[in-house]
Ligand binder design. Structure first.
Ligand code: SAH
Length: 249
């Protein structure tokens, strides 16, 4: 009996010890794995001997369709995303495609540690209070909408996590984002910049918005813009939640 299910699995940020035990168990049990090849290459032992559906970054729709076809034919299939599968990952796309063309297949999302959690931990604790995440990729969301959201979160003094901050060609929105924060929150606001979190080439940096290192930002970078309560003390970037004001510590 086919299971009529497909799994959208988040791999976590990159190291195996940060992959959720349930994700690991599901991936081990699947005989077909679909995903972007860079993510597959991160865990060669785990995927050895399995049928792989892979293609470059732009082949997402095709790859998910092929994965759904495989599930329909009775295979046990996982579609992988980095981090959490439901945060800028493949889970939603699978659900859209299933609803349209594969109504008999249920999509189950298996969560993972998203880049914001992993990067937050490496920097200290910048997400201690309210925060927002915004993707700067204008592939799916118009630039105008992204800027409006940035202005809204800066105005609300939220800590802001920027996913997809820049690529080789797409380098202007990160400047816009930092400018918006400089104006709304101030030049001395602390920012954290982490590339390849929990992977062999990991790089962790902190700065103020005045000295923001735009050239260091790439596709594998996550940027955390602090708010008016974010500090850098003893090498840790963290956001004051107000304990000292309220209780005196
Ligand atoms: N589903 C993923 C996000 C995919 S969007 C998650 O939950 O983390 C891809 C973006 O995520 C990248 O451009 C980068 O900004 C961020 N990212 C994902 N993994 C990362 C890592 N290990 N280190 C730094 N940034 C990462």
């Amino acid at each position: 009996m086919p299971e009529n299910k497909i799994y959208a699995v988040g791999l976590g940020p990159g190291s195996k010890d940060l992959m959720a035990p349930k994700a690991l168990e599901i991936l081990r049990s699947c005989n077909v794995i679909a995903g972007y090849k860079y993510y597959l290459e991160q865990f060669p032992d785990l995927f050895a001997g399995k049928t792989i559906i892979s293609s470059g970054m732009t082949g997402e729709i095709q790859r998910c369709r092929e994965a759904l076809e495989a599930a329909r034919s009775g295979k046990r299939v996982a579609v992988i995303s980095s981090g959490d599968a439901g945060i800028y990952g493949m889970a939603g796309l699978l659900m859209e495609l299933a609803e349209k063309d594969f109504p008999e297949i249920e999509v189950e999302t298996v969560p993972g540690i998203t880049a914001a959690s992993a990067v937050g931990a490496l920097l200290g604790a910048p997400l201690m209070n309210d925060f927002a995440t915004i993707s700067l990729s204008d592939l799916m969301t118009p630039e105008k909408v992204i800027i409006k959201r940035l202005e809204g979160v800066a105005e609300a003094d939220l800590v802001c996590v920027l996913y997809n901050p820049a690529s080789k060609k797409r380098r202007t929105l990160i400047r816009t984002a930092v400018d918006i924060y400089r104006r709304a929150v101030g030049e001395e606001t602390v920012a954290g910049i982490v590339t390849d979190a929990c992977r062999p080439d990991q790089q962790v940096m902190t700065c103020t918005l005045k000295d923001f290192p735009f050239d260091e930002i790439g596709m594998k970078t996550l940027v955390v813009l602090g708010n008016s309560r974010t500090v850098l003390r003893n090498g840790k970037m963290y956001t004051l939640r107000g304990y000292d004001d309220k209780y005196g510590i």
